[in-house]
Each structure stands twice: as structure tokens, then as C-alpha cells.
Ligand binder design. Structure first.
Ligand SMILES: *Cc1c(COP(=O)(O)O)cnc(C)c1O
Length: 499
């Protein structure tokens, strides 16, 4: 370890940070105690073949329980989550996760069951899954829902595989999936993974789908159009029924990327707009934890004509009222995940939906949209606003006006860290120069929104007065500026100093 690194740790670390868990290791220390063995020794030679067994013991730190606890507690304090502060990460819907969801997920009847238990002994869990399927179908305007996919991108891929199976069942081999240039990066990636060619069409000057470009791109080789509505600029596609007609007339399917449905839930439904398939991210709209906070969930809803292709099992209900795992879908694309989806997450989402009810869900949407428009209007005088109209649940600003001071959007984002905020999404969508994409969500108070607005305005003033200061931010974090590409590809995981 270099002296510079140790110096950093000295300056910033808490007392415990200074000792890395591996450095604390002393042979023979353990952090657990087991009861005395009361079963015969197993014969390792018959249990695990010799060539599968390691020859050397694993290199693990030997430490006391208290060392382990302090190590992980120290690491947890370096994290930033929605329970720490405002997190306006556009397109990610970082809303507060109500703790009642956690309480319910911990009920022993949900937490302590096994996926291979007989159906008769887990009727309550199956009922919850069945009801969640129904609720999500109602919310999206679809006929049937699978709860299996483990993330938004996984849902996209699942939906596209069903679209593929549908076309093939009609003797058609369509190869193209159309996406607008504002689409989320997972859309073209999922289309490619599902074996399609992606065709990108440009947005018009209003930031919406260019109908002429769409007409020119659609033909009888078009399998689907993937769309987010409102799109990632936070703008509602006004011509959605016309768009649907163009695609359907050519025999294509409409895929709705409903990762964030905070702009439409309880007000309009993809099914009513003409979409055939939709995925939802429960870890966005339905307040289940994100990222390191827990596994994701990306249920997919389909219209009836696509239902035969759903992954199995689907939870069904017999005439006797009993719930069961229905695998009788001969045209199914197959299983897309082990067991029945991320069950604990499904319990949390169901709790959220039931604790709010239809009226509550609508209110979520209204407040999310109100908060975004409030913030947009307050910040509009200080930034370029590429699409200056009423937005939905999120909006984009451009930091291009700050270039005259030599400051970029990235610098503004880094400076926000000093104020204890998670920065907004930056440089996405790709069609806006120096993009800053803000999604305040409905769970924040006016005071929180105002404080963030004031901070953004203060940073703009700093750019004018002392651009170098902004360009060297952040000043208060454990580490300063990282190589973001390398940080993701080659993360340093075994050094508590993090450098
Ligand atoms: C977040 C998001 C996705 C991807 O969801 P993951 O769960 O991260 O795979 C797809 N589309 C949009 C519009 C999103 O915001």
C-alpha cells in the first residue's frame, strides 16, 4: 500500500477504517461458535470428488465477531441510499421505500417457506402472487402477467422473446425492432439479446417520435416498436394512438417500457394506448429497494394474443378456489428465472399497492408530476431547457451554457456531492447536449425540493465566480474523482480506503 493511500486513510478514516479486515487477521480467531458435533464425520472422499476440492484453505481473514461487525458497519456508512438523502436520479425513480413493505416481507409465512413446499401448504403465498398478477394487469391494462423476470432489462428480453414466439407461431420471421434515439440503453441491448436487429429512429424537434421517420422505418420485417411513454425526456407522446396504428398496420407489436410508471399510474394505461406488452420495474414505481438494497423485479404484462407464450409457471386459481402453479402452456417460451421470481420483492410491491389503493396510486403520479414541474420552472432561468413544456415525472436540463466558464455537467454533479445529494442522471438521454436529467419523485417534501433548487442555483453562481473550484469538486467525500469506467470494470474491492 502506498504512503499516499495510508495518508488519506489517516486523514479521512474513522478509527476502525484504519484497520483493514485482512490486516486485523490473527491465526485462530473466529467470529462464530457452533454447538458440539453430534453427527458422525462424513467421508469427504465419497461426498465431493477429489478433483473438485480445493487443495489450499481459502485465504480469509481470521477475526473476532466484533471486527466483522465494525468492518461492515464502517462500509455501510460510506454508502448513499434513499434513506440518507435526496436522490433525484432521472429515469431511476429513487422514491422512498416505506418500511411497512419490509415488515410484511418478514412475516414468517412469507419469509420462511421453501419454493419446493407442496402447493397446499403455501396457499397464502400463491394467493399473494395471484392477486399481484391481477393488480399489475389492472394497472397496466393488460390481460395476463408473469412475475418471473428479475429486472427491467430481463422483462424487456422476456417480452421480446414472447413477441418473437408470436410471430413465429404465425409463420413469420420478423427481424427488426425499432427504438427511438431517446430510448433507454437496455432497449437496444435486449432486442439484440433476443436475436433482433435494432433500428434507431430520430426524435423530432419537440423531443417526440418523428412520425415520418417511423413510417419510413416500419415494414413487414418489423417485429416490434419499443417505446417509453412519457419518454426519457419526461415528455408524453401525444400521437401515441397514431404510432400504435402505424406499427399494428404493418403487423408489428408495441412494446411499452414501463420501468418508471410514476407518470401514468392510475391515470392512463399502456393497454389503453394500444400496447401489446409492458414491463414494470417494481424496484422503481412500486417502491421496492434498488441496486445494493435488494434484488429487482420486472414483471411483464401481455394482451391475450400473447398469453400462450408466457413463461411458466403462472399462478392460477382452480374452480374450488385453490391456487396452483400452472405449467400448462404448451407454447410457453419456457422458464426465465428459477422458481417464481424474486418472491420477497413481490411481497413488498403487493404491500405497497394495497397500502395505497387505486386512489393512492393516482395521487403518487399526480405528486410526482407536480414535483417535477415545480422544479423545472424554478431551475429554468438558470439552465438551458431543451424542451420547454410541461413535463411528466422527470425533466431534462442542459448544462451547455456553463461551458463558457469551462465547467461541464459532470462538474456540477460532482459538486452536488459536497451538499449531500446523490446527483441527477447525467449525459442521458444521449440526444441532449450536457444533459442533466432530474426525477424528484413524489415522496419528497417541498422543503427538500427547495433546498436542492437553491443548491443548484448556488452551483451555477460558483461556476460564474470561481469555475476552478467547481471543477475540482467534490471536497467532502472519501475519494475524489475516480476513473468512472475503470471503477465499474475493475473495482477495488479488498481495500477499505477505496482508492
Ligand atoms: C431502469 C430502466 C430500465 C432497466 O431496468 P433494470 O431493472 O435496471 O434492468 C429500462 N428502461 C427504463 C426506461 C428504465 O428507466
Amino acid at each position: 500500500m502506498s504512503t499516499e493511500i495510508s495518508h488519506n486513510r489517516e486523514a479521512n478514516g474513522t478509527q476502525h477504517d484504519k484497520a483493514l479486515i485482512f490486516e486485523l487477521s490473527k491465526a485462530g480467531r473466529i467470529a462464530y461458535s457452533l454447538p458440539e458435533q453430534d453427527v458422525p464425520d462424513v467421508d469427504m472422499d465419497t461426498l465431493i470428488p477429489a478433483d473438485l476440492r480445493r487443495s489450499e484453505p481459502a485465504e480469509l481473514p481470521e477475526v473476532y465477531e466484533v471486527d466483522v461487525i465494525r468492518h461492515y458497519t464502517a462500509l455501510s456508512k460510506r454508502n448513499f441510499g434513499i434513506d440518507d438523502g435526496f436522490y433525484p436520479l432521472g429515469s431511476c425513480t429513487m422514491k422512498y421505500n416505506p418500511k411497512i413493505n419490509e415488515d410484511v416481507a418478514r412475516f414468517p409465512g412469507f419469509a420462511k417457506i421453501h419454493p419446493y413446499q407442496p402447493e397446499s401448504s403455501v396457499q397464502g403465498a400463491l394467493e399473494l402472487l395471484y392477486r399481484l398478477q391481477q393488480d399489475l394487469a389492472d394497472i397496466t391494462g393488460m390481460d395476463r402477467v408473469t412475475l418471473q423476470p428479475a429486472a427491467g432489462a430481463h422483462g424487456e428480453w422476456t417480452g421480446l422473446m414472447m413477441i418473437r414466439a408470436y410471430h413465429e407461431s404465425r409463420g413469420e420471421k420478423r427481424t427488426k425492432v425499432i427504438v427511438p434515439d431517446s430510448s433507454h440503453g437496455t432497449n437496444p441491448a435486449s432486442a439484440t439479446a433476443a436475436g433482433f436487429k435494432t433500428v434507431t429512429i430520430p426524435s423530432n424537434e419537440d423531443g417526440l417520435v418523428d412520425l415520418d421517420a417511423l413510417r419510413a422505418a416500419v415494414d413487414n420485417d418489423t417485429a416490434a416498436l419499443m417505446l417509453t411513454n412519457p419518454n426519457t425526456l419526461g415528455l408524453f407522446e401525444e400521437h401515441i394512438t397514431e404510432i400504435a396504428a402505424i406499427v399494428h398496420e404493418a403487423g408489428g407489436q408495441l412494446y411499452y417500457d414501463g420501468a418508471n410508471s410514476n407518470a401514468i399510474m392510475g391515470i392512463t394505461r399502456p393497454g389503453d394506448m394500444g400496447f401489446d406488452v409492458v414491463h414494470l420495474n417494481l424496484h422503481k414505481t412500486m417502491s421496492t429497494p434498488h441496486g445494493g438494497g435488494g434484488p429487482g423485479s420486472g414483471p411483464v404484462g401481455v394482451k391475450a394474443h400473447l398469453a400462450p407464450f408466457l413463461p411458466t409457471p403462472i399462478v392460477g386459481q382452480r374452480e374450488t378456489g385453490e391456487y396452483f402453479l400452472d405449467t400448462n402452456y404448451p407454447q410457453s417460451i419456457g422458464r426465465v428465472k428459477a422458481y417464481y421470481g424474486n418472491f420477497g420483492i413481490l411481497v413488498r410491491a403487493y404491500t405497497y399497492i394495497r397500502s395505497l389503493g387505486p386512489e393512492g396510486l393516482r395521487q403518487v403520479t399526480e405528486n410526482a408530476v407536480l414535483n417535477a414541474n415545480y422544479m423545472l420552472r424554478k431551475l429554468a432561468p438558470y439552465f438551458d431547457v431543451p424542451y420547454d413544456r410541461i413535463c411528466k415525472h422527470e425533466f431534462v436540463l442542459s448544462g451547455k451554457g456553463l461551458k463558457q466558464y469551462g465547467v461541464r455537467t459532470l462538474d456540477v454533479a460532482k459538486r452536488l456531492l459536497d451538499f449531500g445529494y446523490h446527483p441527477p442522471t447525467i449525459y442521458f438521454p444521449l440526444n441532449v447536449e450536457e444533459c442533466i436529467m432530474i426525477e424528484p419523485t413524489e415522496t419528497e417534501s417541498k422543503e427538500t425540493l427547495d433546498a436542492f433548487i437553491d443548491t443548484m442555483i448556488q452551483i451555477v453562481k460558483e461556476c460564474e465566480d470561481d469555475p476552478e473550484f467547481v471543477k475540482n469538486a467534490p471536497y467532502t467525500t472519501k475519494v475524489r474523482r475516480l476513473d468512472e469506467t475503470q471503477a465499474a470494470r475493475k473495482p477495488v474491492l479488498n481495500c477499505a480506503c477505496g482508492v
